[in-house]
Design a protein around this ligand. Sequence first.
Ligand code: PEP
Ligand code: MG
Length: 917
Amino acid sequence: MTPRPGSKRSKRPPKFVYTFREGEAEGDREQKNLLGGKGANLAEMCRLGLPVPPGFTITTEVCSHYHKHSRRYPANLRKQLNGALAQLEESMGKRFGDPTNPLLVSVRSGARVSMPGMMDTVLNLGLNDETVNGLATLTENPRFAWDAYRRFIQMYADVVLEVRAAKGETQSPFTRALDDLKRKRGVTQDTELDAEDWMGLVRTYKSLVKKATGKPFPQDPQEQLWGAIGAVFHSWNNERAVAYRSMHMIPSRWGTAVTVMTMVYGNMGDTSGTGVAFTRDPATGEKRFYGEFLMNAQGEDVVAGLRTPKPISNLRDVMPKAYAQLERIQRLLEGHYRDMQDLEFTIEQGRLFMLQCRAGKRTGFAAVRIATDLVKERKITQKEALLRVDPEALDQLLQPVFDQVEQERARKEGRVLTRGLNAGPGAASGRIAFTPEEAIAFKDAGEKSILVRLETSPEDIRGMQAAMGILTVRGGMTSHAALVGRQMGKVCVVGAAHLRIEERRKTLRVGERRVPAGEWISIDGTTGEVFVGQLATQPSQVTQALFGKGKRAERAAQSPTFKAYSAIMRWADKHRSLAIRANADQPDQCRMATAFGAQGIGLCRTEHMFFGEKKIGAMREMILAEDATARKRALAKLLPLQRKDFEGIFMAMGRRPVTIRTLDPPLHEFLPHEKPAQRELAKKLGLKASEIASKVESLTELNPMLGHRGCRLGITFPEITQMQVRAVFEAACNVAKRTGKKPRVELMIPLIASSQELEVQEPLVRATVEEVFAKKGIRVPFLVGTMIELPRAALVADAIARTAEFFSFGTNDLTQTTFGISRDDAGKFIPEYIQEGIYAGDPFASLDTRGVGRLMEIAVEQGRATRPKIKLGICGEHGGDPRSIRFCESLGLAYVSCSPFRIPIARLAAAQAALRA
Ligand code: PEP
Ligand code: MG
């Protein structure tokens, strides 16, 4: 083990510098935490005997020390570094700063996970007014030497001395000077400049540095080296890196390592070149050596897009020997790491050098294909394959996608109107509809639309269904729009705060830019982008195979993507212990859920059934009823309608369990809020519009989420519970008789805070059920249980479990009430809270295990104390979040329930949770 700095037990001073060269290295691939990904993999490649330019890595611990002690280095670092440098000089037969035979190095960053482009790098370090001549003589190429020197000054000045573009300008003074020079010479390409030109440019660059910093450009290579090392450590805390870390939840204490490596040159003429390659296609996962290279170039030329690189296969013709060696190495590395690798290489005058290797970033498509192919090739086990695929990446396989080329073009053309939260993935284009009615009208006319709302309410459901996608100004990841949108599988972008809906003008505005209603927009629910205009989309192969018909579906089922997806799902099911259910309340959603592999319904929100054409009328009549008799009359109209819906669900679900929840939202949500709609309703019911308005007003609550809702409705209006229970069980008995298969019902009471509430509702439920059974002459198996979605319910779960046969954690409301923040508008400050590190992430998206999770633990413990075999599940949105699923596994829940489109993600996440447990 490596002695740690400050460790009392270690007698020797802690080791901060690890050397590597072809054939040997002090570190290895296991030491990513200490050496960073780059340092560890370079060491590993050296151990494998691969051609790697020699060098050394300064550990991440130095970075932590550097930041903790106001940019001071630990004692001993200098001595260790000088030792490593001396070794490097010896193995290269060159000396750092030697005017005739100079050693030149690159100084690179490398954290334990790759943070592409976030931190800084300095190349060609060690050049000065003397060594440049040595390099010129040694290479017999003065043009090359002076080109390298000017590149070094520019990079060093930018990264270390912070000489950058002036405020309001985009070009750095160095780029401007180079452009001026080219203009003066009447050329357009760098390659058209000669040694004299570069020499002159070096003079200009040095004077620019002097002018900006007041000091001459540092000539002492030691000073240059320490300057660059400090700058790389410093760049760990630059704005880009900090933002990237907060996005990817990378702790700032990790720090970066610094690798100092001998320079090799891809720009030394026609037998030199540089490139990047992947051992498999990172977009599709296809097994083919994939990449690009440029002859006579340095890495930054490829990145800067100054010249167009060539496909790697061309290298075979240009430099057959180097290509053959690279081919061998890529196979060896993939075999060694047993995963797709991303490689960087340089060929210096015909000689190949490996500069980097790491596990390659890949799309969701590539992830499943590579994982399953590696199993087929017997390189990894099924279990390893399951752990290799990020569950979230499966989403990409299910959603229609924008044509990539077209999307990139739209970005370049400045067609991104704004951005919001990526609440429901996929891609959708349509005409702007500002009301549900407009969306429905578009659909009836055979047109596509995007429903754009300030926020959505249950009233909008039909419009949401009719639209291709949903865009809202307000709301977070569990706002109504996000939750319902995801459940419907709609593309959904919420909380696009810069968007203004101008009601009167009927336009959408961002800043000065306006888009009128009826115009096309496109939303990307995976990135949160909103585009002006129409972008082409296509359905995914997986959904075509699962839900499509005919030849197209057959073809999709034979596609490598679908085969890989199916294999991952099959293996996941073999290894997981959590059951996966769906949140669904329509027969078609249920069918979709089972096609995705749902083993039951974990939450049927019955209120969503009240929004159908005929039902909302009867529902409103019920709410507006003056007394219990009138209410019962209206409920009698609702009963057959609900029963029919339940029959559809039971038919779709067969013997799978179905959890049905009695009415939950406050009643005002079902009444129209706009005057014209109120007038229309009044006419229909033979009432005065003012009567409706006053009823709406009387039902309106300041905080409806904490108001007259949940079980409180069923307690104050028992006839609502009775009607719903009757509808559920009549439907279940009917289906049992019709199909011979008895549905398994789990009836759930929402928003219980005290055991007494359940003790009032439960006998009512059971008595009604018995009535139905007696009338129908048949029984079906059923349970009565409750949601645990208020802190008090969790704390008194022992008492509740005396009555409840199951608990289902409603973590949306539980999060809301535990934090005391509203799930509908916390989106205003949550992003800033995350940015500031106050929240680790959005607690509505990923479970707060410390607080909300603690309450769940208490509820589980207490529930089991009363009823050891109590059935436990979760149906809040967290049921589809991999990190939360892992926590549910640790609690020993029986199932998680999520929206249909997240089921594949949940299946894989549950398998990973079980494998990691
Ligand atoms: C919950 O609160 O987590 C839940 C599932 O219920 P709803 O989202 O319908 O309030
Ligand atoms: Mg709830």
